[in-house]
Design a protein around this ligand. Structure first.
Ligand code: PLP
Length: 469
């Protein structure tokens, strides 16, 4: 399988190079040259198979000859071996024709583990094969940092540096990062707010000499392998609920548009998905887009569903490319306008086409709390604030009645205890494997808010590491 950029000016690459490259050199995102098609008969044959077997079947046509079949099987088995539910992605029922897909059974209790655990194994395998090493640098205010650290820990081919704002993350989020004591994991607590952490990371990437010397890589959601790994749970769930002989609709709490785009990929592969609901919090750029056809950025305001507090959805460009009939020139022009003005619009035709599949709604903090409360009262199920957005009655009811309606539970309620306690006065307990999290030893380095200081720290740490490897 070949991949090309949504902006058409970057080299065409195979799967392995796409994974290691991340963002295309023309600023675009890599997409496959075509979407593999599965017939109804092929879908039916996958019914009743394990998550790992479904993953293998779904991923194989996208990977082609870039990874040997036995190696891919091993990578998949290893990626999901550390999950804490035998079904990996179990479904529970909340109401007549309303299901909850639980995607929080990975090591850090958020759905990002489903993609990042696989990506970590994949990186390690490809780097070993090439005799290369990689330095991952990222800034985090929440879920991504811990999922990335868990995915990269103990890998000889990778060093990972994650900056978090000192004393400004929740305790559980910090502990999930800083209690990983692997030699290749380097937590930096920056004496600064989150935005400054992000600025320093961006500047380090802009320092091309530094970037090339240490083979820097990012941990953002634009990597194609992350999307691919997420397609798997849509297929697995759909088959378990009767596809291809029954259509499916999913409601997805959305930030960078990676997760819901994976659902769209499953649809393009021939899985009978009728509608996709895009749930947003008060940072509702996507809801405004699907209602008006105009994408316009706004300032980010903190919400109780913080993993969706975004200004721009970095994966949306992949959908735009589809909506424009794979016209890279058109995408390039649109994104240039967006960069310069913070606004772009699509034509009524394009919007109408997108709305055949997508519906969208926003929930402010009070409505999120209300959904948490109602869900608990009606079914005894505790849901986290992000999941609550996907469970909002008006969003779920916008999905066709004849399809199976499935909301995605993207984080474990115990990751956001304060919001849940405020809504229902119940304290959600951490699963037993994390029960001692608060007693575990932490390791992090506090640094001043200065790019030169951070750069020097990375250099010294890597020099010491290469001496000990
Ligand atoms: C990352 C995240 C999201 C947003 O997912 P995208 O793929 O960025 O749209 C939603 N909920 C939770 C809990 C997350 O961690």
């Amino acid at each position: 399988m070949k991949y090309h950029s949504t902006r058409g000016q970057a080299p065409v690459l195979d799967f392995a190079d796409v994974v290691l490259t991340g963002l295309a050199r023309d600023g675009g995102l890599y997409v496959p040259e075509s979407y593999p098609q599965f017939s109804s008969e092929q879908w039916r044959k996958l019914r009743g198979k394990s998550y790992q077997e479904v993953a293998y079947a779904v991923m194989t046509p996208f990977i082609g000859s870039a990874i040997k079949p036995d190696t891919l099987k091993t990578l998949i088995d290893e990626a999901y071996a550390g999950f804490h539910h035998r079904a990996i992605a179990p479904i529970i029922q909340l109401d007549t024709n309303h299901f909850l897909l639980e995607l929080f059974h990975g090591p850090t209790l958020a759905f990002k583990d489903y993609a990042l655990q696989f990506l970590g194994k994949l990186f390690d395998h490809l780097l070993q094969e090439r005799g290369e090493r990689l330095t991952i640098i990222g800034a985090t205010s929440g879920d991504t940092g811990s999922a990335a650290i868990e995915a990269c820990r103990d890998k000889d081919t990778i060093d990972i540096f994650i900056l978090h704002p000192h004393n400004r993350t929740s305790e559980i989020q910090r502990k999930q990062m800083t209690t990983v004591l692997s030699a290749n994991v380097h937590n930096i607590a920056l004496n600064a707010p989150f935005d400054d952490c992000q600025t320093i990371v961006k500047r380090l990437f802009g320092d091309l000499e530094f970037r090339d010397q240490y083979n820097l890589s990012a941990v953002n959601s634009i990597n194609w392998a992350r999307i691919l790994a997420q397609v798997v749970y849509y297929v697995y769930t759909a088959l378990n609920l009767g596809a291809p002989d029954r259509s499916m609709s999913f409601s997805v709490p959305t930030g960078n548009f990676g997760n819901v785009f994976a659902a769209y990929v499953a649809k393009r592969m021939g899985l009978p998905i009728s509608k996709l609901a895009v749930g947003t919090n008060k940072n509702d750029i996507l809801t405004r887009f699907f209602n008006s056809g105009e994408m316009s950025t706004d300032v980010v305001s903190p919400s109780i569903a913080p993993s969706m507090d975004i200004q721009i959805s970095s994966n949306f460009e992949r959908l735009l490319f589809e909506a424009y009939g794979c016209n890279a020139e058109h995408v390039t022009k649109t994104m240039a306008t967006f960069d310069q003005t913070g606004v772009f619009s699509v034509s009524p035709d394009v919007l109408a086409k997108l709305r055949e599949t997508f519906v969208s709604a926003r929930l402010d903090d009070d409505s999120i709390a209300q959904v948490i409360q109602e869900t608990y009262q009606r079914s005894g199920t505790l849901i986290d604030p992000h999941t609550a957005i996907a469970c909002a009655p008006h969003l779920v009811q916008a999905l066709p009645e004849e399809s199976a309606r499935i909301s995605l539970a993207c984080a474990h309620p115990a990751k956001f205890p304060a919001a849940i306690q405020a809504a229902v006065d119940v304290f959600p307990k951490l699963p037993s494997f994390l029960g001692d999290l608060f007693e575990r030893e932490e390791q992090f380095t506090v640094l001043e808010n200065d790019q030169a200081v951070v750069k020097a720290f990375v250099k010294e740490t890597l020099a010491t590491r290469s001496g000990t490897l």
